[in-house]
Design a protein around this ligand. Structure first.
Ligand code: SAM
Length: 282
């Protein structure tokens, strides 16, 4: 049995025993693999870095979507930048309030491979009549579209290669211009224990662009290193929504979740000191 060794960091990492390589190819943008692993089910790997696994994708995809959607209370239009595996899209479409979900993914091959091998993650999201799939650069799309959104989810990989533009101030400014009043942006910002600079830089940029911003956490086992930092930005403090309101909205949504629940929603904003000190220095 072959062993996949993730090489996100030169000196530390994780490995998975691989039962079968379901797909291995190279697109214009990256090396794409889908691995059938012994422990975490099918895994999508881009340029040697784990993007999503069947075993724990629900953690990340639920927390990056249901937290802002239930904090907002009336999300109708959503923009997803990246997200080629379809996991974010599938969670967003669980909400009956969502009328349209635009997903801008730079690499068509990731969508095709995900639809073929990762149905456990994307379900029928790509076939949903509310889905508009755009193949292109998310930064260019946000710059050029005149559409506005209640929620923008940045389901981007680490800030390397084509994704680097999705971490720039100009991109955050353009995203803010595309949000409706009360709209919310959420993004993944790495694992602070190993990627402290990434979360620090992101929070500095968000602070310079948005009136309100912050961080919440989720522990995604295959994003090696403990808590992952999820950042949010808006024109108001979304962390102030009461537990009773979240509970009411969650029940009314009638969505089924495996990680998210209203009590955990509130707790996720209570940061460990080492992350709080990165997010709110001084
Ligand atoms: N959950 C993963 C994580 O946290 O690292 C990200 C998953 S998703 C597969 C990341 C997607 O972003 C990939 O499919 C990649 O092709 C896409 N992507 C990278 N740069 C992009 C860009 N500039 N515009 C749109 N999509 C981009």
């Amino acid at each position: 049995m072959r062993r996949f060794q993730e090489r996100l960091y030169p000196d530390v990492g994780q490995f998975f025993d691989v039962e079968r390589t379901l797909h291995r190819g190279r697109s214009r943008f990256q090396r794409i693999e889908v691995l059938q692993t012994a422990r975490v089910g099918r895994a999508l790997v881009l340029d040697g870095i784990v993007q999503a696994t069947e075993a724990d994708e629900f953690v990340y995809h639920e927390m990056l979507t249901h937290v802002p959607i239930l904090a907002h209370g009336a999300v109708e239009t959503v923009l997803i930048v990246g997200g080629g595996d379809g996991g974010i899209l599938e969670e967003v479409l669980k909400h009956r309030s969502v009328k349209k979900a635009v997903m801008v993914e730079i690499d068509r091959a990731v969508v095709e491979v995900s639809r073929r091998y990762l149905g456990a993650i994307c379900g029928r999201a790509f076939a949903d009549r509310r889905t508009e799939l755009v193949i292109g650069d998310g930064a260019a799309y946000v710059r050029e579209t005149d559409q506005r959104f209640d929620l923008i989810v940045l389901d981007r990989p680490d800030p390397v290669g084509p994704a680097a533009v999705l971490f720039a101030r100009a991109f955050y400014r353009a995203c803010r211009a595309r949000l409706r009043p009360g709209g919310i942006l959420t993004a993944q910002n790495g694992v602070p224990i190993f990627q402290a600079d990434e979360i620090k830089a992101a929070c500095r940029l968000l602070k310079s662009v948005f009136p309100a911003r912050g961080c919440y956490v989720a522990a995604v086992p295959t994003y090696y290193g403990g808590f992952m930092a999820l950042t949010w930005a808006s024109d108001r403090d979304i962390a102030a929504v009461s537990g009773a309101t979240l509970e009411r909205r969650y029940r009314a949504s009638r969505i089924a979740t495996r990680y998210y629940n209203p009590a955990l929603h509130g707790a996720a904003f209570k940061l460990p000191t080492y992350i709080r000190d990165l997010v709110e220095p001084g």
